[in-house]
Structures are given as C-alpha cells and as structure tokens.
Design a protein around this ligand. Structure first.
Ligand code: ZN
Length: 114
C-alpha cells in the first residue's frame, strides 16, 4: 500500500523534527499533495489514523492536506495549462513538447508540535 509508506515517511520526519526541538507530541502536520502525485487522499487519511494510533508521539495528530493543481508547460508556445484537463498535448498550439511544472509533490509543509 503506497499511502501507508508515505505515512510512515511523514511520521518519521515529524517525530525527528519534534525530537530535534525538544518536543514530545506532534499535533498537526500540513502536507502538500500534487493533483497527479498518484496518492489517494482518502487512503492517506485512513493510513494516517492507523499509523498515528501506534505512535505515542503522534497520537491524535491531525493531517491537513493542501491540494496542488497540476500544471504543464508547453515549450513550443510558452503556455501553462491544466494537466488533468488537457494531458500532454498543448491545448493552445497542439504541440507535445510539454513538461509537468508542478503537481507531483508529496511534501511536508509544516509540522506543529508541543
Ligand atoms: Zn503550445
């Protein structure tokens, strides 16, 4: 399960950040999640609850998810467009010389602990 692996990674990071700052309990983690990251937010939420219940430092910790829309850039005409709506082909000029600008992120933005 992909989501559980991500959750373990986030929890390790959050615990390390809290410990480094002399804190014992993580209250909230804010995660940035790209639209085409392949992570299912519902599964992530379930995995989060399951994993946090097994970690004393993480007990009752909230996971806040910020969605990042996927954007593709066209090298041929310079247009930025929505990846999910249009895919790899630029809607402005029809070129396939495009690359993903953002939308694959799975990134911790903020950790709150006390
Ligand atoms: Zn174009």
């Amino acid at each position: 399960m992909h989501e559980l692996g991500i959750v373990f990674y986030i929890i390790d990071d959050a615990k390390k950040a809290a410990t480094d700052n002399g804190l014992t309990s993580v209250r909230r983690v804010t995660l940035q999640l790209g639209e085409v990251s392949g992570v299912v937010p519902e599964l992530l939420g379930d995995a989060w609850k399951w994993a946090c219940a097994r970690e004393p430092m993480m007990e009752g910790c909230e996971l806040e998810v910020e969605d990042i829309p996927a954007v593709t850039h066209c090298e041929a005409c310079g247009t930025d467009y929505g990846t999910v709506e249009h895919g790899r082909i630029c809607p402005a000029c029809g070129s396939d010389q495009t690359y993903l600008l953002r939308g694959r992120e799975v990134m911790i933005k903020q950790i709150e602990a006390y």
